[in-house]
Design a protein around this ligand. Structure first.
Ligand code: SF4
Ligand code: SF4
Length: 451
């Protein structure tokens, strides 16, 4: 018997683009191939030939079947592409996020920490050091460790960061390990002292900037509505001149949904090589993406970015990495199937200001995702159970979705915020995932045709 593997089809020019959902191979199919895969499988080889005998010669059909079998679009063993829903048991940590400070100079309208920041405080140096001890104690054989500083605005407490790094580096030296650092910042404190810290410890720096002045000041106003924009741009320029490797993290709000392309170009012209843009989903308060119309607007904008990226590829020009397209592109081209969209529950935890451990930085203060304290009751089994539950193949809707191996199930913190659980997806988020992945496939097909 011959079976048809799971496929996604989308039109491309005058043919059809086919994605093998399991292997992530991409094909452009001619009429004869399409006629075959549109039959009802399973079938015997002779059945295929008989059903299409009035349209194609036997020889052409045999060649097409052979080709389809070689490319595993047709398979003889149904179990060939079944994949595991099991995940490796996680018994070490190699990455922690540290919630350094609840202070921030801004009042971003979509900030997930807006309310909780009122209750939270700054992390003390002792808790930061204890968190580093906790990481080392639980790092097992892992030699490459990652510490990310976040908040609020972590650079407000840059002295704590500096002393924590000094402490962590001493431990790393003694334990023959290496630590990578990263920070997510609003960019307003990137003055000489903070930049020196960043440069000397090669801290990977992500600046939250949504685009031009109008966008930024609407989405991310100062606490008292001050306009700090000139200062921010000057800090970014200064950081770039000092050789700091910075990337941009831009949030797309209801307000900026029609200016995604414009803002992407703006950020590229500012010198960012990596631009990460994500829609803000959340409970409606006028700023969040919350309707099909919003999603349609963003899709139009992504189409413009796709054209821009295609032209740059064709003319061999350098371009910034636009993660909404470049991430799926790289996953498909490298065939790195995802079981999760991020490192959640895999060797990673987020630590709140008081040493409480949570599943991820966006879930801190949510009791459902509390994993214990750095000083006492952390349990790897809890982490492993979450990794199992959050495996894309174990989640009802994801497990039958054609983009699952590329999307990995999306951000589960968004699911939690939207539904109060990690199972049901924000439907608008899914629409955008599928659309971005379709655009990435289109870019690949375009490249196949031109080469
Ligand atoms: S698009 Fe939605 S349903 Fe599909 S894999 Fe991603 S999160 Fe799951
Ligand atoms: S669940 Fe979402 S917010 Fe949390 S680490 Fe993953 S992508 Fe980031």
């Amino acid at each position: 018997m011959i079976y048809l593997t799971e496929l996604h089809k989308q039109p491309f020019k005058d043919c059809t683009l086919i994605l093998n959902v399991q292997s992530l191979d991409v094909f452009l199919f001619s009429n004869i191939m399409m006629s075959i895969i549109e039959l009802d499988f399973p079938l015997k080889e002779n059945d295929i030939i008989n059903k299409l005998a009035d349209k194609y010669s036997k020889e052409d059909l045999l060649n097409a079947i052979k080709e389809l079998l070689e490319s595993e679009i047709l398979i003889k063993n149904k179990a060939l592409h079944q994949h595991s829903s099991k995940t490796n048991k996680s018994d070490f940590l190699n990455k922690i996020d540290l919630y350094i400070s609840s202070d921030c100079q801004l009042k971003c309208k979509y900030c997930f920490d807006r309310d909780s920041a009122l209750k939270r405080q700054n992390m003390t140096l002792q808790t930061a050091k204890d968190s580093i001890d906790f990481l080392f104690k639980n790092s097992g054989e892992s030699t490459n460790l990652h510490v990310c500083f976040f908040g609020g605005e972590p650079t407000i407490k840059h002295e704590i960061i500096s002393q924590t790094i000094r402490y962590a580096n001493q431990k790393a030296l003694a334990g023959n390990k290496y630590i990578h650092y990263s920070i997510t910042t609003n960019g307003l404190n990137l003055k000489d002292d903070v930049l020196d810290l960043i440069v000397s410890h090669k801290i990977n720096t992500v600046i939250s900037i949504d685009g031009d002045e109008i966008t930024q000041m609407y989405n991310r106003p100062g606490k008292d509505n001050q306009n700090y924009y000139k200062e921010l741009i000057s800090n970014i320029t200064n950081a770039q001149q000092k050789g700091v490797n910075i990337s941009a993290r831009a949030t797309i709000s209801k307000n900026s949904k029609n200016r995604v392309f414009e803002n992407f170009i703006f950020l590229e012209n500012l010198g960012f090589n990596e631009i990460h843009m994500e829609p803000a989903f959340g409970n409606t308060n006028g700023i969040f993406i919350d309707s099909i119309e919003d999603v349609e607007s963003i899709k139009l904008e992504l189409g413009k970015i796709e054209d821009y990226v295609k032209n740059k590829i064709t003319s061999n020009e350098n371009r910034s990495s636009f993660q909404l397209l470049t991430e799926p592109l790289s996953i498909i081209l490298n065939k790195t199937k995802l079981t999760h969209s991020c490192h959640i529950a895999a060797n990673y935890v987020a630590i709140d200001w008081d040493g409480s451990i949570y599943l991820c930085h966006r879930m801190i203060s949510n009791d459902k995702y509390y994993l214990g304290k750095i000083s006492s009751d952390f349990d790897f089994n809890k982490l492993h159970n979450y990794r199992q539950i959050l495996n894309v193949n174990n989640r009802a809707k994801c497990s039958i979705c054609w983009v699952r191996n590329i999307c990995g199930g999306g951000c589960v913190a968004v699911c939690e915020e939207y539904n109060g659980n990690t199972d049901d997806h924000h439907p608008l988020d899914c629409l955008l995932h599928k659309h971005s992945i379709s655009l990435a496939l289109d870019i690949i097909a375009n490249h196949m045709v031109n080469n």
